[in-house]
Ligand binder design. Structure first.
Ligand SMILES: Cc1ncc(COP(=O)(O)O)c(C=O)c1O
Length: 470
């Protein structure tokens, strides 16, 4: 064996202890660690001919990169929709590469880790109160979940029109209707050959809303004269967390032929809040649903789930089957994830979720969701109370979308303020554009965030506003 590999194998215990110690040190000070990277790493020489071994490589990492690691799973990282990592999720994630299973089939000559994945999907289904007539699987993020669902939707549309798109390709434009899709759905449609220019925009409800105007939707459906189509709806738009009316969509589904997809990347977790669960009423009637793990479930990147109705299993297999590979078994006889989603070989992505769902249960998750909602409301109330700031939309769930008073038309001014705020290293938020206005988003998704964090950020903001940084 190579000398470094041999030495590392002999020092495995020490390596694991060092890594564990380092992880613990980082997590213990995550509340205080800065939220933006300060500087850049010194350049590295070339690839070593003779390896350094793990312990010295760790030292290298600590000298060059570790100081630049930001507290993205810390309590004041409010940019994008960034979940934290619960202790149990970390435990599951650490064990994933140690067992290094290749999660494909539930029965086979070797690995059966797909059974753990199915069990985890079931736990998540219970948490989200979704019926058992969905079959789910883990992918790397909500983007890939949207992609997976829309790929099966494309196959369904082809079937309605008498073709097998997986085999024959798209031969004519396929209708897709949506009001305020997340950019990742648009990206998925581009990748799937629909063409992002071929999406039909549905009008949103008048006023400060991002949800579909249902009368406008029905009028647009009528114009299709019975042609089947795909409808992409939102359980939580990314700027203002608006929800489409799922009961109304379900009623339309009884009258018109369409594949109904819901992007519920984070909004699906609203089901755990007694005061917000009504927003999801009727969602179980969709054909496919996207739910992210690395957002409100607080498991590490890369983790999301797709849910597709079991009734579409054959379509799903015809979309993703890994044909011409007899050594991988018959896709219709044997359950194998490689015939149901984009990847072939894959890690046991479900393990962090399996750990965290068992460790905290419904009660733990109810706390995380209710706490995030409350903190968003508190932060929103602060924005409203501050004359130099304005809310761009009411706080509907866990995100606050705001701007500088009277400056929402001035993207540079808003960017300068946000940059100064982020540079404090106290908090991280991201810029956005909402109905032609420049805004800032603060998304509450991390189980660690408390009222104290809100107070700290308020202080930083007030200090900047008093210093005239706006
Ligand atoms: C509603 C929604 N859908 C999809 C995505 C894409 O998620 P990911 O980055 O996990 O692929 C996001 C990310 O913020 C989102 O908010």
């Amino acid at each position: 064996m190579n000398k470094q590999l041999q030495e590392d194998l002999s020092s495995l215990e020490k390596i694991m202890q060092l890594v564990s110690r380092q992880g613990l040190d980082y997590l213990k000070q995550i509340d205080e660690r800065y939220t933006v990277a300060n500087g850049a790493a010194a350049p590295l020489g070339s690839l070593p001919e003779k390896g350094l071994g793990t312990i010295e490589t760790l030292q290298q990492f600590n000298n060059r990169w570790e100081p630049l690691m930001v507290a993205s799973s810390g309590p004041r990282y409010w940019g994008f929709v960034t979940g934290g990592t619960t202790p149990a999720a970390i435990a599951g994630d650490w064990l994933t590469p140690i067992y290094d299973q290749n999660t494909q089939a539930i029965k086979g000559d070797g690995d059966i880790s797909a059974a753990i994945e199915l069990e985890t999907v079931h736990l998540l289904q219970e948490l989200l109160e979704l019926p058992d007539d969905f079959l789910g699987g883990f992918v790397t993020g909500a983007t890939m979940s949207n992609f997976t669902c829309l790929a099966v939707a494309r196959q369904w549309l082809g079937q309605q029109l008498g073709s097998d798109i997986a085999k024959e390709g798209i031969t004519k434009p396929l209708p897709v209707l949506t009001a305020t899709p997340h950019s990742s759905s648009v990206k998925s449609l581009a990748l799937l050959g629909f063409g992002s220019n071929n999406i039909t925009a549905v009008k949103t409800i008048e006023g400060n809303r991002e949800a579909m105007d249902m009368a406008a939707l029905e009028a647009q459906i009528r114009q299709l004269n019975g042609q089947p189509f795909i409808l992409i709806s939102s359980a939580g738009t990314v700027n203002t967390v608006d929800f489409d009316d799922f009961n109304a969509i379900a009623a339309l589904k009884k009258q018109y032929p369409f594949w109904w997809h819901i992007d519920a990347a984070f909004g699906g977790f609203a089901i755990l809040s007694e005061t917000h669960k009504h927003l999801l009423q009727g969602w179980e009637q969709a054909d496919s649903i996207t739910v992210d793990g690395h957002k409100w479930l607080n498991v590490p990147y890369e983790n999301a789930v797709y849910f597709i109705k079991r009734a579409h299993r054959l379509l799903q297999v015809s979309t993703f089957q890994n044909s011409n590979a007899p050594y991988l078994g018959d896709p219709l006889e044997q359950f194998n994830y490689l015939n149901l989603l984009p990847e072939n070989s894959r890690r046991l992505k479900a393990l962090p979720a399996w750990f965290t769902l068992n460790a905290y249960g419904r009660e733990g998750y109810r706390y995380i969701i209710e706490n995030s909602i409350k903190l968003a409301r508190d932060f929103g109330a602060f924005i409203e109370s501050c004359p130099q700031l304005q809310l761009l939309a009411p706080v509907r769930l866990n995100t606050v979308c705001f701007s500088l008073s009277g400056a929402a038309g001035d993207a540079k001014k808003v960017a300068a303020f946000l940059s100064a705020l982020n540079k404090t290293g106290e908090v991280f938020m991201t810029q956005t554009q909402y109905k032609e206005q420049a805004g800032i988003r603060a998304a509450f998704v991390n189980f660690r965030t408390t009222e104290k964090d809100i107070e700290r950020v308020k202080t930083s903001i007030l200090r900047l506003l008093t210093a005239g940084t706006h």
